[in-house]
Structure formats: structure tokens, C-alpha cells
Design a protein around this ligand. Structure first.
Ligand code: GTP
Ligand code: MG
Length: 317
């Protein structure tokens, strides 16, 4: 399954971020989802904001595996010009610490004449507006548990000389790393109609079986874990996803599992490690290179054929 969800408002967001960078921007805060810190990092955003001081915030850390969050923080903190911190966007004290970090990243800005301009961006539903509300100290930005709540860039004045810009969640036109597509969909970053819930639930079960089997068993009272579809059926039985005749509606079972996962009812779970992500990236790049080589070879063969036909029709030997 290759996911492609780049509705019109994301295209406008791309332009709005471009304009913001041009108009002047001091710090970029990219919110990542701590449950998928690699897949939630937006390559398009990286390209739009290169060269700006950047703070990566691993948000929803309350839902992620603490040991994995530590590994991902090490990974990002080892990258040049990058600082990474974990966060639960609703928690006031750690959120306020972000303000200090922004001031340190742009020490020459932050008064009325030279305001500090901070852009908050990231994939849909990752908690950008929640963070703004926590920082501002009131429900100023609209939030909600589905992707696509914020539709337009919005400016908030945090204090004198400190501006925050909330942006709509943005993905990128083609998510070529298949596993990233599944993890993004499982996390709730992708619109419901843009993916097959059953397929995503089965992939989630594969990951959970490999990495968190006890948590999966404990949540649904399963004594053993069989094949993915059998596990999904068992989940459906526990979660009342049966039709009248007694058969399990797999689509309902998938929906129930995804809701439970998103709400943290299976415990604290991280779907990917830095090493896995690096391997997926490599595989996707190799795949792209192979496809490009195949395309080139097909085009070259076509050209030879065309030349042959031309020579034949013009009577050349
Ligand atoms: N558990 C947990 N939930 C969070 C956290 N931050 C945000 N949420 C929840 O995630 C959902 C999305 O939050 P929003 O702030 O609307 O996300 P957004 O990034 O602004 O989303 P879009 O505007 O749709 O791109 C809401 O239900 C929040 O309550 C967090 O740190 N932990
Ligand atoms: Mg929002």
C-alpha cells in the first residue's frame, strides 16, 4: 500500500511555510510523533526550512516506549544543528521550557523591535495546536483528535516580542517508504478515507507481535498469538465486532484496534527504531533506483526499436 494524501490545504501550507521563511523566521519547531519519530519527520518540511535553527519535539511521549524515546533523542541530537526533546504537549512546565530553548537558539531576537518568530509545524494530528494552547495558557487554537483540524496558518503573540505561528498539518506528496505509510496511518495522521483500515491493522499486529507481544495479549486476554488475521478476529470477538450470525466484521475489529492503539490502551508503544528506519530508507532508495534504471532501459530499448524501424522504412540495410 502506497499512501498518497496531499489534499489542497497541504499544498497551501507548503506555500505558506515558504512565504514565512522568506518573510523571516528564527526557529522552526518540528513536532514529531514519539511513537514513530522517523516516519513522522517530514522530508518536504526539511527541504523548506533548511538552514534555520531547528528544534525537534518528540510529542505524545506519554504514549511512547520510554527506552525507545531515549534512543531516538540520541539519534536526533547527534545530527548537526538539531536539538531534540521529548514532550507531552498538554503539560505546562516542559512546554514552557521550549520557550527558553527557542531564545537560546536565536539570542539576538526577542524584543518588540526584533521579535522572535517561531514556526510550529509537523504532520497532521501530532499536537501542534495543543502545544500552542499550552504555551499561550488558554484554548486559543482549535484542536481535535483527527487530522486536518487546523486549516490556515495563524499567528499567536505569546509575550512581547515572541510570536508563534501555528500551521496546518502537512504530509508529503508520495510516502514511498511503505512501513512509514502504515505507521503514519496507525498513529492517526492520515485521513480515514485515504487508507484501508484492515490492512493497516494487520500491519500493526505484525509489529506488535514482534515488539510488544505481552501488551497485545494482555489487552485482549489472548493466551496465544497466531497469524495476523486470526489475532484480528480474536480482537473483534473481544471488542464486540460481530454481526448477528456470529461472524466477526474484520473492518470493525480493525477500527477497534486502531482506536485502542491511538488512545494508548495497549500501553506505551513505539512502532520503529532508528536502525529499522535507516534500513527502510535504504530499501526505498534502492527500490527507486531500480525502477529508474528499468525505466531508462525500457526507454533505450524503445529508441533502438524506433531507429531500426526508421532505417527499415527508409530502405537502409
Ligand atoms: N496523549 C497525548 N495526546 C496529545 C498530545 N498532544 C496532543 N494530543 C492530542 O492529539 C490530538 C491532536 O491534537 P492537535 O493539537 O489538534 O493536533 P494538530 O497537530 O494541531 O493537528 P492538525 O491541526 O489537524 O494538523 C488531540 O486529541 C490532542 O488532545 C500529547 O502530548 N499526548
Ligand atoms: Mg492544529
Amino acid at each position: 500500500m502506497s499512501i498518497n494524501w496531499f489534499p489542497g490545504h497541504m499544498n497551501s501550507t507548503r506555500q505558506a511555510i515558504k512565504d514565512r521563511v522568506k518573510a523571516g523566521l528564527d526557529v522552526v519547531i518540528e513536532l514529531l510523533d514519539a511513537r514513530l519519530p522517523g516516519s513522522s519527520s517530514n522530508p518536504l518540511l526539511a527541504a523548506l526550512t533548511t538552514g534555520r535553527p531547528s528544534l525537534k519535539v518528540l510529542n505524545k511521549q506519554d504514549l511512547a516506549d520510554a527506552a525507545q524515546t531515549a534512543a531516538w533523542l540520541d539519534f536526533y541530537n547527534a545530527q548537526p544543528h538539531t536539538r531534540a526533546i521529548p514532550l507531552d504537549a498538554g503539560e505546562k512546565t516542559p512546554a514552557r521550557a521550549l520557550i527558553k530553548a527557542c531564545r537560546e537558539l536565536a539570542p539576538l531576537r526577542g524584543d518588540i523591535h526584533k521579535p522572535l518568530r517561531v514556526l510550529i509545524c509537523g504532520i497532521p494530528n501530532v499536537g501542534k495546536s495543543t502545544l500552542i494552547n499550552t504555551l499561550v495558557g488558554k484554548r486559543a487554537a482549535k484542536t481535535g483528535d483527527e487530522p486536518g483540524i487546523t486549516k490556515l496558518e495563524q499567528k499567536f503573540v505569546l509575550e512581547n516580542g515572541f510570536y508563534l505561528f501555528d500551521t496546518p498539518g502537512m504530509l508529503w506528496p508520495r510516502i514511498s517508504i511503505e512501513q512509514s505509510g502504515y505507521n503514519l496511518a496507525a498513529s492517526g495522521a492520515i485521513g480515514r478515507n485515504a487508507f484501508d483500515e484492515e490492512e493497516v491493522a494487520l500491519e500493526l499486529i505484525t509489529t506488535l507481535k514482534r515488539r510488544y507481544p505481552e501488551q497485545l495479549q494482555a489487552r485482549y486476554g489472548l493466551t496465544e498469538l497466531g497469524a495476523e488475521d486470526a489475532v484480528l478476529e480474536a480482537i473483534g470477538l473481544k471488542r464486540g465486532a460481530k454481526v448477528r450470525g456470529g461472524a466477526v466484521q474484520m473492518h470493525k475489529a480493525a477500527e477497534a484496534l486502531l482506536i485502542d492503539y491511538r488512545q494508548g490502551l495497549l500501553g506505551r508503544i513505539t512502532l520503529e527504531t532508528p536502525d529499522e528506519m535507516a534500513a527502510w530508507r535504504r530499501e526505498a532508495a534502492e527500490d527507486e533506483a531500480r525502477k529508474a534504471a528499468e525505466r531508462d532501459a525500457a526507454q533505450a530499448a524503445e529508441k533502438v526499436k524506433r531507429n531500426g524501424r526508421r532505417k527499415a522504412s527508409s530502405g537502409e540495410a
